[in-house]
Design a protein around this ligand. Sequence first.
Ligand SMILES: Cc1ncc(C[n+]2csc(CCOP(=O)(O)OP(=O)(O)O)c2C)c(N)n1
Ligand SMILES: [Mg+2]
Length: 661
Amino acid sequence: MNNMDELAINTIRFLSVEAVQAANSGHPGLPLGAAPAAYTLWSEFLNMNPADPKWPDRDRFILSAGHGSALLYSMLHLFNYGLTIDDLKNFRQFNSLTPGHPEYGHTTGVEVTTGPLGQGIADGVGMALAERYLAAKFNKPDIKLVDHYTYVLHGDGCLMEGISAEAASLAGTLGLGKLILLYDSNEITIEGSTQIAFREHVGDRFRAYGWHVQLVKDGNDTAAIAEAIRAAKSVADKPSIIEIKTVIGYGAPHKQGTAAAHGEPLGDDEIKAAKNALGWPYEEKFHVPGEVREHIDQMLRKKAEAQAEWQKALARYERDYPDDFNQWKIWNNEGLTTDLLAGEDFWTYEGSPATRVSSEQVLNKVCKLVPNLIGGAADLAPSTKTVMKGRGDFSAETPEGSNLHFGIREHAMSAMANGIALHGGLIPYVAGFFVFSDYMKPAMRLSAMMKQRVIYIMTHDSVGVGEDGPTHQPIEQLASLRSIPGFTVTRPCDSRETAAAWYLALTRKGPTALALSRQNLAALPGTGKAALKGAYILKDTSDGEPDVILLASGSEVDLIYKAVDVLKDKGIYARAVSVMSMEVFEEQDDSYKESVLPRRVRARLAVEAASSFGWHKYIGLDGGIISIDTFGMSGPANLLFKQYGFTVEHVVEKAMELIIN
Ligand SMILES: Cc1ncc(C[n+]2csc(CCOP(=O)(O)OP(=O)(O)O)c2C)c(N)n1
Ligand SMILES: [Mg+2]
């Protein structure tokens, strides 16, 4: 290592440990051990331009070990991403640009929100997939618009998490050669040595996945790290992992190599001792030697030139391939460039299929108008009805195909969708049985936190699944997803509502789930555009205030629709309100909400074949609910619905009870 590199690496180390010290919380160990790897990657390899942090062809860097955020912030400071020394001094403080874990959309240069270990690796697989696909779509023999690498820095924890196994297995299968993991292999986690709980041979494991595997024995050997990254880049048909042996807390004499370096500040004395040990002569805190700044600035000028070259290539592309350039603009537009709602076709469907089948019809209309849709299922495409016809399958051999096959890997699938969305240029959808949204939840939560437009097609949405029984029958999943801030849940009742749900999913910021039925559902008069408001009056029997309001979603809307007529025959004016999406309804103005659910009408009955949790805000203290608050049962769907009280007769009976009371 030359002196300049050593100086720069120590700058990163001490900026990081001093930030942790100032905050009196955080993780000094990873930055001390992994600084040489991070610096080597960023200085010699990472293609980027802080003046244009969203440059589409930049290399992506993910710190999957999000607890090492101080390292990332120090890098972002030194590489001119706008973080100041004051920002570093405010590490972990309220409202600072340097929160405890890296947050996408909050700090410029942070590509992904990380912290839940393992997610970053799957995000990286998604990004590398997006790169491969877009390269196949847009690159020409003479112009490569899409040609970048995805680097993920992670520790032992990310590899222990199951999601990394799912993601790595698929990345190997797909041969994503431009994905490179840098494994900060320090054999330490919070409880101590990895001997306690992680003895597997990581290299053998990744070789078995079909990866290119390298070992760098000394994490301070920047030449060896650079050599390994070069070798990894040269392998085009396999993703790479570089296991870099590091010492957690490197340089801190009393804490290095132990779990004590992981999660608590070093303390002033230990920082002093580390400065001595590493030959850092500056007592001043947060010191950046002028020559380090100059060195990095010079580097950045070179990197900016690479981007300028790309801009020139883009201009040539516009001139020589005008049609493709036009597509490039459409794909990279964050909104939709077509008005899906223009004309009646979007709302026109025949028959009374299951909403999963309606969704298939909508998807196959939409994908002709929204060319950058990409997606697939966790081995359930035939059941979830999520194939885009004529758009081909994505594979190692056919990277131009738009239909993804995730295998049975729900957790990685959802995190990969985040990576695809974050990459830019694409709108991802993923699909599975609704009950297994529990296997996707940690990534769904991050979709919402990062406000990413990920579309979750969740079919088999109730006990209507039937014979597969309680393990396959969602109960609490609707309530669970509805409780995620910024996550939109839709449960359409027929084809037109399914179209509305798709429209919302495509146009809203943030993730949307479509909960879709396995069983056929009748098309109901009056559904359609009104559903874009989330909840709306589907059927009313009087011009004035109703005696009772019936609320339902999805498959149960049919019951309240019919109950309105039966009640009318009994002299009761009922209103049927389809609640396709609570979140969208909540966004409407007060007068609209009042017009649908007048405060004065206290007799309200909600009907949903799922947990009652969450409905009480609509039915109030005087309302009632027909719900399922136990696990389901195996049996024919029709019988189960009857068993749990989902019949027109029961709805009528309950509604009358409410009025009498
Ligand atoms: C899913 C998840 N579980 C638990 C944690 C809490 N946690 C943060 S860091 C850590 C240990 C990580 O060990 P490693 O990845 O080896 O990092 P190192 O200690 O070497 O920096 C744990 C358990 C987490 N952030 N995410
Ligand atoms: Mg570790």
